[in-house]
Unconditional design. Sequence first.
Length: 288
Amino acid sequence: MTSADLVLPPTDQQTPTAALLQAPEAQTMELAIGDTHLLLEQHGYVIVLYPSSIQPAHERRLHGIRSILESDRIALVKVDLPPLGVAVLVRQLRQLSVSDLSPGVVASAARLLSHYIYSGALLHSVAKLDRFPVSLKSHAKSWVPGSQFAVLAGPESQLIKVGPQAEPLAGPEFGTHLLVAKGQSQSDWVQETLAPAWKVQAIHEASLPSESSRWWGTGKLVEFAAYLPDISVLYQLISSVRREKCHWCEMELIGDRCGFCSSPLAASENRAHSTGVPHHEVGVPAVS
């Protein structure tokens, strides 16, 4: 992982922690290479999950380490989720890492599982929100005192102005837990309105990741992420997808791209099997 505050506490005694691959300003290249080499020696494979919002120098550092070590056992997996959603996905992969799934399947499963994480935030202003199209009308409303906006980043993006006549925020159609992290906002809208509307089974609190304010364009927010909490459901979800072998590095994979070398499936394989992971390929098992 690339930030310590994206490592959520484990949910059980079997869930391992995550190793931290620090930014260039926090650690020399020599030490970073040594730490990564040690991880490879201890565990055999290293899956580095990092957000698309990472600083460019940090991302170059990751690719540089992989290149210098000349290792095909390092997977660099970039995901386009808000910080709290990334933290949830990191914990899910940590849980799956101790199962009998191969490293290649775990790495490529990140893309699949990200489609089942409903990540968003309650914002008091969208004036500096530049990750989604925001209408001039919404920008104008954000200057009205007391305005609040609910933004869903994924699986599909949506922005609504919170109020009595507001349209509902599209939520999951399967049982989830809701993780909530408060910034400078004291609003209870997420717990009192969104959670019942989404019929979540439990609400958990977390510290707001340091990157969240920059990601959402304001520190006055409440970030949230709804997710599948049961590791057996995640395992069943992944196991129901057809596995392929990468034609380049020969790692196992699911979906249309290798998690370790990023090579796509050969054209004939892509024609034979649908490439996107999500809902049309895999039904989500019922969560009791």
